[in-house]
Ligand binder design. Structure first.
Ligand code: 13P
Ligand code: SF4
Length: 311
């Protein structure tokens, strides 16, 4: 029974005792973002995981992120507060089917979104995140044939922006897929002049209304610099916590789903992590990410390629 405990104080004590670093993604609950040592997007969190000298990484995010930390820092103990924190993009791309897809296109390289399993990373040539995809794609010669998975919306956005014809795996993020264009247009009409910032995991009928399209950290950067007083945010709404901390005088509105509010766009996987589960993860050093060594080394090649090309 944890009800009598001051969880924040206990987490602080364990963080010191264990020489642990707490990393959190912007989609985590505000209380987890607030006590993390570092909050960031997928690329920034990978870099922190690769560089930390802590003995333990407590990853407040989803499983593919914690696995990335373990791939890059195998000597560290990596714990994920809830091992069921998965991702619909990862689920859409079973490794055996991805292997067949690759084998059917032997003259293509595999450029793969980081939101996938370790097995799929091991079958890929270069990993990208939403903040590094454009820089990395720009370095690949236009005549090079590419398969891109698992997010067809990010892949489609890159194809349109760069005039490429990458073959797309048909995966989607269930969170970004849930925005409603009709409700977004109603909201825009209620706030004339308010720009929309969207994540490239959104479908094209949402992205086309956005003044800014980019990763979570890119959207945050845009929120710090846009000239108006109201911003419509088309990504997982927990990121608004960081916007309100940085700019309390501005108004940030989560883009709506079909029910007219932004609660249906909360990521159900990210939401599994709680203060209680983080406390228990630091106490028990479990649930722990473990990856078989050959698989880890193979997956690390495509991640290292990303880190080198992302500059
Ligand atoms: P970024 O934070 O890299 O933009 O990724 C968004 C996301 O969906 C993570 O699951
Ligand atoms: Fe996966 Fe989408 Fe959740 Fe990110 S927001 S973890 S892409 S389901």
């Amino acid at each position: 029974n944890l009800s009598g405990l001051d969880l924040r104080a206990e987490i602080d004590r364990l963080r010191k005792d264990r020489n642990a670093v707490i990393l959190a993604h912007y989609y985590q609950k505000p209380e987890l973002q607030d006590l993390a040592d570092f909050v960031g997007d997928s690329l920034e969190l990978s870099r922190k995981a690769a560089a930390t000298d802590a003995d333990v990484i407590a990853f407040c995010g989803v499983k593919f992120m914690a696995e990335t930390a373990k791939i890059l820092s195998p000597e560290k103990i990596v714990v994920l507060p809830d091992m069921d924190a998965g991702c619909s993009l990862e689920d859409s791309c079973p490794p055996e089917k991805f292997r067949s897809f690759r084998e059917a296109h032997p003259d293509h390289i595999a450029l793969t979104y980081i939101n996938c399993s370790t097995e799929v990373k091991a079958l890929s040539d270069v990993i990208v995140t939403s903040s590094s995809a454009e820089t990395i794609l720009a370095q690949i010669p236009t005549e090079q044939k590419i398969i891109f998975g698992p997010d067809r919306h990010l892949g489609g956005y890159l194809n349109r922006k760069f005039g490429r014809d990458m073959l797309l795996w048909p995966g989607v993020c269930i969170v970004h897929e849930a925005f409603s264009e009709t409700e977004l247009l109603k909201l825009m009409a209620q706030h004339p002049g308010a720009p929309v910032a969207a994540h490239p995991e959104c479908p094209p009928n949402i992205v086309e209304h956005a003044e800014y399209v980019g990763s979570t950290s890119g959207i945050l950067q845009f929120a710090r610099s846009f000239p108006g007083d109201t911003l419509i945010v088309a990504t997982e709404p927990h990121i608004i916590h960081q916007m309100q901390l940085a700019l309390p005088e501005k108004i940030f509105i989560g883009a709506p789903g079909a029910d007219g509010n932004c609660n249906c766009n909360i990521c159900p996987y990210m939401a599994l992590n709680t203060l209680e589960k983080l406390y228990l993860a630091l106490l028990d050093l479990a649930p722990r990410i473990e990856i078989e060594e050959t698989l880890r080394v193979n997956a690390k090649r495509s991640l290292d390629a990303m880190l080198a090309m992302a500059s």
